[in-house]
Design a protein around this ligand. Structure first.
Ligand code: AMP
Ligand code: MG
Length: 405
């Protein structure tokens, strides 16, 4: 039996970081991983501009005008997107959020602090010098590092890149993942089911998990529990994908034929049983240099094993710098002490009460047959092997938002 941490480390080393890269338009980049560092070429904002609707003022003109007692004339109106003329001393410029500051003005007075009097404008509240002006380069200055290679691009990153006028980025191509479900008892949802059959949950589940990582589930195949069927499917997947996930058929039952099928394709099994619950049977093999991870067939086990064991490998193949997402330590709320000879990953929900960082509620039925716990849970709480954990103790928490991203 392999310890969980060793299995996680070994699996993460099951493939190399990507070497290929490709240029994609910015709108296709979210989910993909940046292959190069990117530095800023533009100051942001590119010019001084107003943060408010109001009037641009040269600060010293306020005192010269006798504070609030004398109206100043308005020289010009400048809308966002227009180029202002230089502002003459003793005058104001009417402007709006995003309008460029005219040369000669240094301060913005917001509209609410002014009063129109005849053809001038009175300033009712004493301004601070430089107030409500966004200065050129105060957000980003040209030349500074913007994003590092290995970053998974999201909406926030493409927004920042777009602000630099960047229309294309160099990314690693999405990792192509082939999924193989196995079992004579399984029927595809939508097909008629006999009383001795169950519906296939793992196919759509794993495809969704893979796609949610920014990889691409290019194939979802199903094989019957016979060696020829398994071999044919595994051959297709190892030919056409970068990573293969098989699910089911890796125990020691009579119909657990994934291992011999892999071996007949020349695969070498790198690890076998992991001391974790749910999900003891997990294996990794390589065929033609490509990693194949064999997951337990039980959907709850496959979900947990994919989350904590397979995602680091997938992140490495994607070229990401953060292979192991953060683990936090939170208080476990459990009516009974938790204790198992194996490392146990409980399906939990993180609940945040006023003033607390959050506590973990345990789903009441932790049998690996209970699939209804999956939509309920927000993550997994790790109970160390052989060490009892009591109500109120802190445990490691693997949040799905981080671990399935
Ligand atoms: P196995 O590892 O093949 O013995 O499968 C373990 C358990 O998970 C059995 O009860 C299977 O029926 C079930 N199972 C395996 N694959 C799937 C699947 N794709 N969808 C739903 N249940 C499955
Ligand atoms: Mg099976």
């Amino acid at each position: 039996m392999l310890e969980f941490d060793d299995a996680q480390r070994q699996l993460a080393q099951g493939a190399a970081a990507p070497t290929r890269s490709t240029r994609v338009p910015l709108h296709q980049a979210p989910g993909l991983v940046l292959a190069t560092d990117i530095a800023a070429t533009l100051d942001l904002p590119p010019a001084d501009n107003s943060a408010m609707d109001g009037y641009a003022l040269r600060y010293e003109d306020y005192a010269a005008a006798g504070g609030a007692h004398r109206a100043l004339p308005v020289q010009q109106i400048v809308y966002a997107g227009q180029a202002p003329a230089a502002q003459a001393p003793g005058q104001l410029t009417r402007l709006f959020t995003g309008s460029l500051m005219p040369a000669g003005a240094d301060t913005v007075v917001m509209q609410e602090d002014t009063r129109v009097v005849g053809d001038g404008v009175e300033i009712l509240a004493e301004p601070k010098p430089g107030q409500h002006v966004r200065l050129r380069g105060e957000d980003v200055s040209a030349g500074q590092p913007l994003l590092a290679a290995g970053t998974r691009l999201e909406a926030a990153h493409v927004a920042l890149l777009a602000s630099q006028g960047i229309a294309e980025v160099t990314v690693h191509p999405a990792v192509r993942v082939g999924i193989l479900t196995t079992g004579d008892e399984l029927v595809t949802p939508g097909e008629p089911r006999s009383s001795h059959q169950i519906y296939n949950s793992n196919g759509v589940m794993l495809a969704a998990l893979v796609n949610g990582m920014g990889a691409r589930a290019t194939h979802v195949l199903h094989a019957r529990d016979d060696e020829a069927s398994l071999q044919a499917a595994l051959r297709t997947l190892t030919d056409e994908c970068d990573l293969v996930l098989s699910v089911g058929g890796v125990s020691v039952g009579d119909k657990d034929l994934v291992k011999p099928a892999l071996e007949s394709l020349g695969g070498t099994l790198a690890l076998w049983k992991v001391r974790m619950k749910p999900g003891k049977p997990v294996a990794m093999a390589h065929v033609g240099g490509k990693p194949i991870v064999c997951l337990p067939g039980n959907p709850v086990s496959a979900y947990a094993v994919f989350t904590v064991l397979v995602t680091p490998l997938l992140r490495r193949m994607q070229g990401r710098t953060e292979i192991f997402p953060q683990v936090s330590y939170l208080t476990l709320r459990t009516p009974k002490p938790r204790h198992d000879a194996r490392e146990e990953f409980l399906r939990v929900k993180r609940v945040v009460n006023a003033g607390s960082v959050g506590e973990l509620q345990v789903f009441d039925r932790q049998s690996s047959g209970v699939m209804s716990s999956l939509p309920w849970a927000t993550g997994l709480a790790r109970i160390p092997a052989g060490v009892p954990v009591y109500d109120g103790e802190k445990v490691a928490y693997y949040d799905f938002r981080h671990w399935q991203a």
